[in-house]
Design a protein around this ligand. Structure first.
Ligand code: C2G
Length: 139
């Protein structure tokens, strides 16, 4: 069967963002489900400095390591480093995205982008987070 772009149909481009530190099952699930909304998935991996500014600590894995891990996931087509939370509109326009997907811990936060793309919040995978993993490893 021919792929949509061979038939002259434009692929639907999906974007999502995240830190993806200590990559875990919840991260895999959001990437898999985000990709199901289109044919091309773009991921913005937040920079180390953005994380430090937001949480006052650096991620366990560097942005290069986190980017390399995300790039190796089969659902992902393209990865870039997200330098600022304020640049979401610019990134969505730059990458010509049709749909922005985020976990529902971000519900409502990106509704202002609905004039340029669809905005979808998916339920988080229960009982797993980077913070919980760090706590478990510490014990
Ligand atoms: N996620 C999920 N289920 C979990 C944990 C995370 O669905 N159990 C989702 C989050 O909702 C998010 C994505 O995985 O959509 C990445 O999560 P984080 O790495 O925690 O990213 P975060 O620090 O929320 O993003 O512009 C956003 C920034 O890049 C920061």
């Amino acid at each position: 069967m021919q792929k949509p772009h061979c038939l002259g149909l434009r692929m639907r481009r999906v974007i999502t963002f995240g830190t993806f530190d200590l990559f875990h099952y919840g991260h895999l699930q959001i990437l898999k489900r985000a990709r199901e909304f289109g044919e091309y998935l773009i991921v913005g991996v937040s920079s180390d400095s953005l994380n430090f500014a937001k949480k006052n600590r650096y991620p366990i894995y560097t942005q290069t390591e986190r980017r390399d891990i995300i790039e190796s996931i089969k659902y992902v087509n393209y990865v870039f480093i997200e330098e600022s939370l304020e640049l979401k509109r610019q990134y969505c326009l730059q990458y010509k995205v049709d749909i922005l997907v985020m976990g529902d811990d971000w519900r409502g936060k990106f509704d202002s982008l609905k004039d340029i793309c669809d905005v979808i919040y998916l339920p988080r995978t229960p009982s797993i987070s980077t913070t919980q993993l760090i706590e478990k490893i510490r014990i």
